[in-house]
Design a protein around this ligand. Structure first.
Ligand code: TPP
Ligand code: MG
Length: 348
């Protein structure tokens, strides 16, 4: 029974390899640096929200390995369709920090990926975007190109009808979609145990005729290994895969949430010991590739890159309010055209 299977792991909590690494140590250094960059961005945004410089922000601290380890398996031609909590993955696939920051100020200019960057705007509607990912993958299949669509979602999203429709369609048509569920234990205040009665989320794949893999989501090497296998499978025409990455949301659901009201601090402390960055750091230390000076150098370097993106975002002229009408449809609907008309005449 899949529920009885321990999650697949390559790097244990102490940073020791328990299976063969899919990557040489230079690539592990790259992934570690990307995780450090992601954490710098995440902490900066949380601080900026507290200073009133950003609107609501959804932290992903603790989920860096799940996002970076999977995103690293994609090629530029592949599509990414994620959520409000997937900034690290989006950035790794080419969505600039500055756009992500603008998006968090409500500036529509942030929502769009630069040309050639195949990243969809993050979905706030839980689950809806998985259907888009399947549609993108189906289009690739029909066109006969070799691109793959990867979609990220949470444990809570698996209770949405959209999840089941997306999985069913993907299974029946064998489309090249990789479903990455970051099971971070919570859907706001709803614990995983009350979300679904199945032993694992991975086992839901059985019902749709695709492989389901349970993986340690705080192990960047295991994430890389299982996702690259799923991407290769999708690209070769063998169909979709569901990956359940077991991880933990270290922070609140968003900056509007107070997790102290519903969860035990002891769990957070336990998961802090399984920090995805610490684990890689220990591995690099064992491999003779880590020093405190280097750590400081990369932390300072990545923080400076994030700082420059913040300055760039804040230096832009304020967003033209009329632009809100341009962000939604290629052609405006009649009620929106009417509202635009009234806005232009100062009547809104
Ligand atoms: C369709 C829909 N229902 C409810 C909400 C409110 N909501 C926002 S996030 C969230 C929890 C989602 O949990 P999960 O899928 O586990 O993702 P996580 O936030 O843990 O990353 C809910 C219920 C929403 N945005 N969309
Ligand atoms: Mg969740």
């Amino acid at each position: 029974m899949p529920g009885a299977t321990p999650p697949f792991q390559i790097l244990d909590h102490a940073g020791e390899l328990v299976a063969e690494s899919p990557l040489d140590v230079d690539r592990v250094v790259d992934l570690y640096r990307a995780m450090v960059a992601a954490r710098a961005y995440d902490r900066k945004c949380s601080a900026m929200q507290r200073q009133g410089r950003l609107a609501t922000y959804a932290q992903f601290e603790g989920q860096e390995a799940a996002q970076i380890g999977s995103a690293a398996c994609l090629e530029a031609q592949d599509w990414m369709v994620g959520t409000y909590r997937d900034a690290a993955a989006m950035w790794h696939h080419g969505f600039p920090w500055v756009n992500l920051i603008l998006g968090r100020t409500g500036d529509e200019r942030g929502g769009r990926a630069p040309d050639g960057v195949n990243v969809m705007p993050p979905s706030i509607t839980v689950g809806a975007h998985m259907i888009h990912a399947v549609g993108i993958a189906w289009a690739a299949q029909i066109r006969g190109d070799s691109s793959v669509a990867m979609t990220y979602f949470g444990d809570g999203a698996t209770s949405e009808g959209d999840f089941h429709e997306a999985m069913n369609f993907a299974g029946v048509y064998g489309v090249p979609t990789v479903f990455v569920c970051q099971n971070n234990g919570w859907a706001i205040s709803m614990p995983r145990e009350r979300q679904t009665a199945s032993a694992t989320i991975a086992q839901k794949a059985d019902a749709y005729g695709m492989p389901g893999v349970l993986v340690d989501g705080n192990d960047v090497l295991a994430m890389y290994a299982v996702t690259s296998e799923a991407v290769t499978r999708a690209r070769s025409g063998a169909g979709p895969t569901l990956i359940e990455a077991l991880t933990y949301r270290m922070g609140p659901h968003t900056t509007t949430d107070d997790p102290g009201r519903y969860r035990d601090d002891g769990h957070v402390t336990d998961w802090r010991e399984r920090d995805p960055l610490e684990r890689v750091k220990r591995y690099l230390e064992r491999s003779g590739r880590w020093s405190a000076e280097w750590q400081q150098e990369i932390e300072d370097g990545e923080a400076a890159v994030v700082e420059a993106a913040v300055e760039e975002a804040e230096a832009l002229a304020p967003f033209d309010e009329a632009g809100i009408f341009a962000g939604m449809f290629a052609e405006l609907t009649t009620p929106l055209a009417d509202q635009q008309d009234r806005a232009e005449r100062g009547g809104l």
